[in-house]
Design a protein around this ligand. Sequence first.
Ligand code: PLP
Length: 441
Amino acid sequence: MSKKNSLSRREFVAGASSLVLAGAAARGGEQAASPATALAIQGGEKAVKASAVSGPRWGDVEKKQLEAMLQQGSLFYWGGPQTKLLTERFQEFCPLEHVQTCSSGTAAIHIAVAAAGIGLGDEVITSPVTDIGTVIGVLYQQAVPVFADLGAGTYNLDVADVERRITPKTKAIIAVHLTGNPCDLNALKALADRHNLVLIEDCAQAWGARYRGKPIGTVGHLACFSLQNSKHITCGDGGVVASSDERFGPLLQKYGDKGGNRSKWGGFDAFATNYRMSEPQAAVVAAQLTRLEEIAAKRARLGNLLTEKIADLPGIIPHQVHPEDRAVYWFYMFRMQPEGFRCGRSEFVRALTAEGAPVRGGYIGVPLYGEPVFQKHAFFAGRWPVKEMGLTTMDFSKHKCPEAEAILVTGMRVPVNEFWTEEYVLQVAAAIRKVARHYAV
Ligand SMILES: *Cc1c(COP(=O)(O)O)cnc(C)c1O
């Protein structure tokens, strides 16, 4: 029998038995045996029939910009036309006074931390569920990352827990807008102001996001962005750090460029490494910035659509976004409440995969403090001078953020991208509904 015929026969059977199935579904769905409602993992039809569309992330705009760059006599960032264009375009969507391009998001955060005056034994409170680049600069400044717990559905800093972890040594908060979902910035800013702390925004996953209508990066004192290949816009590797705060903004250039001020040379009055971005990279970023609004708007629409279609499912926690914010879904993450299902996450994910839904379990393997280098405090040639000097009592092997740990165990992520169609997202939602109903207790 041809594939076409067998499919149409299945559809007919599914239609004819829909009444029976509705009854079966109401009793828990276990008896649902039609190919249309049976799980694909048990031989039923796949819920996702369309394939994920991908597309070219760069093309003529980048090519033109690179050609213009090749006409230049210098490829160095200082005074470079590509860096200038990048800066202007960056400021159009994130209107901050001082902008420094750099080699990575990790570099952007290190520059911000250094400009904020973070040093020996200072504590910086941040999220344990993030790219390790969030804390690399903190550790290189000989400061101490202190991990706070997260909101169950936002995956962002729980402000009450941040407050509990403030000590006289706390100097800053790094708010990570995980997946491009804005943190509760008003609450974090108020807390930072009350305790005289610097608020640094890690916007690496949040290009184009908006907090209560404001561009991401404009509420905190300093904003850091990554241009690594997997981020919304890219030049392969790169970063941007920016600030309108007159205490920190003017320092960004020298902390990104060996400690020297290029606009008013006065030798080296600061110590810093070389985090510069070159003109070829800047040309690509300047071009990529012309695509940003479309990418951000499309991802926001697709992620919100997924929420709309799965929000009512018992036992499923959709990605929690404030209605006045724009989340830009670097990925989408939903959670299962384990007590609501007859299966664990790995079986749930296997069933979704069989349905054709591109869903994976978790995000990073363990919270950052669970990584071997933290557990052993082995940051500098196997040692941690700050601890050996008695400047911190931090013991990462005893650190606990229960909600963050639970998020990584029960979370499932959907790698949204701007080339997907709404139809595809609806099919992914249907797959989640089908699998969730099947395994519901
Ligand atoms: C990617 C990322 C970083 C680090 O950026 P790189 O450019 O890879 O150094 C930092 N924080 C978060 C949240 C990220 O996603």
